[in-house]
Design a protein around this ligand. Structure first.
Ligand SMILES: [Zn+2]
Length: 391
């Protein structure tokens, strides 16, 4: 069979039983794709394809890894790296740990989005569920207080262990059901109901009861397209994230001999101390620079110094003083060959925009400024900068 349009739509075994891990099916078609993989179509499958923002199931057909699963016009295509004979029976096996985690995340998302909808009236306008991240985009702004309120309510729904019911209502029945839906759906609509919490059109497998989600934790909130983008984690993903954070906090508190409660204060103090040392060091450097400048005669046209440890404001003041005395280009490169230089250059008589252009071209310097003064950074070496500026 060469034309997919002659193939009947694939029976989705996960619709009837989201907990089915193994199945037997007939290979309807197996064709090599342009990238060397093989596209396998079965009469039925429990592999959930990439759909509705969720990445596909992983697993095996016989002993062959399933690399990707896509769906088009109701036909599910499994991508594998070895061919399977058409007409034969294959044994399919999905990566259950991966699938169950996806079910936990997706059911968690329904609870959260249902609560956001009933509490604030916002819709989930973008959902993404991959192996690394679960995000939802809402078309309204939620404060941190709002997010914590929904997070709290969502976990209460999880603890109440409510049944999650998928169904295929008839065309007549669907008219009387109020449900959330991200887009117009062709064909029969599958409705996922969490009684008292949410009713939503959805094609994905879900856990049977909310208790199986374990826990739902919001990991980040950011403003996004006039609303917010939230990331959440459920089940073991939340556990692993907590474990990782715990280890990071433990190692920092150990390093700073601090407790978790005083950690932020401790870091703040270290930061302040660092700034104060930086300032003292800059003042000491300034004394040296002044001594250097005293030794340079006023008839010297170009004066370029290489220093390390000066603060930006100090450099600007010095360069302003230098251009009052010297005719050519005056400036300071602050830093080292190893870590790169930041610079401020100025002149009373030369267009510094030309100099900025030259530094950009010859040293890859970044930055900009006016005809009188330029500021930027470069990773070029001192000897090359000196040569380029002819000083
Ligand atoms: Zn869904």
């Amino acid at each position: 069979m060469n034309d997919d349009t002659n193939i009947n739509i694939t029976k989705k075994l996960y619709d009837g039983d989201a907990y089915l891990k193994e199945f037997e099916a007939t290979v309807i078609s197996c064709k090599e794709s342009d990238d060397g993989r093989y596209k396998v179509i079965l009469d039925e499958t429990c592999f959930f394809p990439e759909e509705g923002g969720q990445t596909p199931d992983k697993g095996k057909l016989n002993d062959i890894d399933v690399l990707d699963v896509q769906t088009k016009n109701g036909i599910i295509t499994h991508y594998v790296d070895k061919p399977l004979e058409e007409g034969t029976q294959v044994k399919g096996m999905i990566d259950w740990e991966h699938r169950f985690s996806n079910m936990q995340q997706h059911s968690g998302e329904h609870i959260f989005s249902g609560l956001v909808h009933s509490t604030f009236g916002y819709d989930n306008v973008g959902f993404h569920l991959s192996d690394n991240v679960v995000t939802m985009d809402y078309n309204g702004v939620l404060s941190m207080e709002d997010v914590y309120l929904i997070e709290e309510k969502a976990n209460d729904v999880i603890f109440r262990n409510i049944e999650i019911i998928p169904s295929f209502p008839s065309d007549d029945e669907i008219k009387n059901i109020e449900y959330r839906s991200k887009k117009e759906i062709d064909g029969q609509i599958r409705i996922v109901t969490i009684p008292g919490v949410d009713v939503c059109a959805c094609c994905a497998p879900h856990v049977k009861r909310t208790g199986e989600i374990g826990i739902l934790k919001v990991m980040s909130v950011q403003n996004y397209k006039g609303g917010v983008r939230l990331s959440i984690l459920c089940g073991k993903r939340a556990l692993y994230a907590f474990r990782k954070k715990n280890e990071v906090v433990a190692s920092i508190t150990g390093e700073l001999s601090s407790s978790e409660d005083t950690l932020v204060d401790s870091i703040q103090k270290i930061k302040e101390k660092g700034l104060s040392y930086k300032h003292k060091f800059s003042m000491a450097c300034l004394k040296n620079v002044r001594r250097e400048l005293e030794e340079i005669g006023a008839d010297e046209k170009n004066v370029i110094l290489f220093e390390d440890g000066l603060e930006t404001a100090t450099i600007r003041n010095l360069v302003n003083e230098m251009v009052e005395i010297h005719e050519g280009i005056c400036g300071i490169f602050n830093g080292s060959d190893e870590e790169g230089y930041s610079f401020i250059l100025a002149s009373k008589n030369i267009d510094m925009k030309d100099v900025a252009g030259m530094l950009r071209e010859k040293t890859g310097a970044k930055g900009g400024g006016s005809s009188a003064m330029i500021q930027g950074a470069t990773s070029a070496l001192k000897k090359d900068i000196t040569e380029i500026l002819h000083v």
